[in-house]
Design a protein around this ligand. Structure first.
Ligand SMILES: *Cc1c(COP(=O)(O)O)cnc(C)c1O
Length: 317
């Protein structure tokens, strides 16, 4: 057990270096991290929490589990993330927190969002679940929120099938986070079964993994031709989760063709409007109906990426 405990300390130290944060706690998942973050913050039950309509549905469920009301903001057609204007459009008297998500690992305009939240005294939770190891303007994603979170779950940037992390620089907030974890075993990280060793191993290789992702993203970004598609607006040094792009034609026909040729393409995310009827967010809807994603994992074979890009470039209406 002594070894497990010391590995856990090393992991926390490494994580606090990666995200440049003072305090870090491990959780059982990214969803747990979000729920704990919301529960530990001193916001009134029933308050509204703003989140983007295009991201993992777990974010919406986490807000509801924590006892708050999710309010969806629209997203940019070029960055696939909510801009400050998208968020501002949803702020009401009941808004007490904003969850800023780096969807697909693309950095959202986190600096402007952070300044705005400070000026309005809104709690900012930065969701960097798909951006572990990403850096923007010399600052890691995960370093901007009052609280920031990572996931190490199934199919994430660091896909270890288990775990999450929660970060802050605020000592009082961290005490509340620890107190929340102490009474909710379900949210706590279990370092047994080799979990912590796997996490340590992945963090030791994070630099290499990130470099490979960046290379794969760069390849897609440079080689894709924009006749039938729209590429995202990204900094070229972003280690994305998957490379998202917009098919301006008939996506279903495109996906069927890809499938017939054994080209592996996914179509995340659907707009969460389908879960919150009554909202109309035109850009989220457009992305929902037209987005596709290319795998850019460190272990994705170069040939697969080349074949996928070639297929997309060849696709004609
Ligand atoms: C997956 C994901 C989560 C939830 O993480 P889990 O570890 O699967 O609970 C939260 N936010 C985003 C953006 C995600 O992609």
């Amino acid at each position: 057990m002594a070894i497990a405990i010391s590995t856990e300390h090393q992991v926390k130290n490494e994580l606090s270096l990666v995200a440049q944060r003072e305090y870090v706690a491990l959780t059982s998942s990214g969803s747990s991290a979000l729920i704990v973050a919301l529960k530990a913050s001193n916001i009134a039950p029933g308050s509204e929490v703003i989140m983007p309509a295009i991201c993992c549905p777990a974010v919406l469920f986490a807000i509801q589990m924590a006892g708050f009301t999710p309010v969806l903001s629209d997203v940019s057609i070029t960055t696939f993330c909510s801009t400050l204007a998208d968020i501002e459009a949803q702020v009401s008297d009941k808004t007490k927190a904003v969850i800023a998500v780096h969807s697909y690992g693309i950095a959202c305009d986190i600096k402007a969002i952070s300044e705005y939240c400070k000026s309005k005294q809104l709690l900012l939770i930065e969701d960097a679940c798909l951006a572990v190891g990403a850096i923007t303007n010399n600052q890691p994603l995960g370093s901007f929120g009052d609280i920031s979170i990572y996931s190490f779950g199934y199919d994430k940037t660091l896909a270890l099938n288990y775990g999450g992390a929660i970060f802050t620089n605020n000592a009082a907030l961290f005490s509340a986070i620890e107190a929340t974890l102490n009474v909710n075993d379900f949210f706590c990280y279990q370092p047994n079964d080799g979990n912590i060793q796997r996490l340590k191993g992945a963090l030791d290789e994070l630099g290499d993994f990130t470099a490979k992702r960046i290379n794969n993203v760069l390849f897609c970004h440079q080689q894709l031709q924009t006749e039938h598609i729209s590429k995202p607006t990204i900094d070229v040094d972003q280690p994305l989760w998957r490379y998202p792009l917009i098919i301006n034609g008939d996506r279903e026909r495109f996906l069927a063709k890809a499938d017939a040729k054994n080209i592996l393409i996914t179509s995340h995310y659907k707009s969460l409007e389908i879960l919150k009827t009554g909202t109309t967010l035109p850009q989220a809807k457009y992305i929902s109906d037209h987005v596709i994603n290319i795998f850019v994992r460190p272990e994705t074979p170069q040939q697969q990426i080349e074949d996928t890009v070639h297929f997309i470039n060849e696709f004609a209406q």
